[in-house]
Unconditional design. Structure first.
Length: 238
């Protein structure tokens, strides 16, 4: 049973991202390189967050402080990644099959997915380690849906980071500070909403974060130049 829980939660959290990687990123080597680079930037933000956590000892008992500077550092490094990507455009154009100007949204998508996958891996790896057993579910008055909720939340954050990457990169290109503020604010908001899980308010937490995910999905679709008519035509053809 514990092995089934492990694979079920792992596939719920990482199945869709793995599919996205297989069909949209693995097809071109340069995208894989960019994905790895973006995960490195997220890891640096995690390192600095961890250092602050251990340095600011009096605030360790307040979970919200850790969320505050962790999200702030992630967004700072998202901007640094954007800056590096834009400065590397000329070099990228020599090794990619498409013009960089046509691939900006694709690169933003890849960077966002890299942020999300690395964030999800660190968020869920310890939970999956416990899920594999022996018989940990329900101990210490814990909720039997804890592992399932953790996997669903992880999937949501991976997708959110992907869409945040698209919106953020486009906003920086166009100097649209409203969109930049939206990304930072929504990231901060959903991160704080996960505190509800510590009170076992899983339904409220999941409903909130997936509602924000839906909004960001539509937002990113419009930012990337998507049109409903075009989408419907593609679906009809298939």
């Amino acid at each position: 049973m514990t092995v089934m829980d492990f694979f079920g939660c792992a596939l719920l959290a990482f199945g869709p991202p793995l599919t996205m990687f297989t069909f949209t990123i693995a097809v071109e080597p340069i995208r894989i390189i960019i994905l790895i680079a973006s995960t490195f930037f997220w890891l640096i933000s995690l390192l600095l967050s961890s250092m602050l956590w251990y340095m600011i000892t009096p605030l360790q008992k307040y979970l919200w402080t850790g969320i505050l500077y962790s999200v702030t550092l992630q967004e700072i490094f998202r901007y640094l990644l954007y800056t590096v990507m834009r400065k590397a455009e000329k070099g990228l154009e020599k090794v990619t099959t498409a013009h960089v100007s046509e691939s900006r949204d694709v690169f933003a998508y890849v960077c966002g997915l890299g942020f999300g996958v690395m964030s999800g891996a660190f968020a869920l790896v310890n939970v999956l380690a416990d899920a594999i057993g022996p018989g940990t579910m329900g101990l210490y008055q814990g909720n039997e849906y804890f592992f399932l909720i953790s996997a669903a939340t992880t999937l949501c954050f991976i997708l959110l980071h992907t869409f945040w990457g698209i919106i953020f990169f486009s906003a920086c290109d166009e100097k649209n500070w409203f969109q930049v503020t939206w990304v930072v604010t929504s990231h901060m908001f959903v991160s704080f909403m996960t505190i509800l899980n510590s009170y076992q308010l899983y339904a409220a937490s999941l409903f909130t974060v997936y509602t924000v995910l839906l909004v960001n999905t539509v937002f990113a679709f419009n930012v990337a130049g998507g049109r409903v008519q075009t989408l419907l035509q593609c679906l009809i053809k298939k």
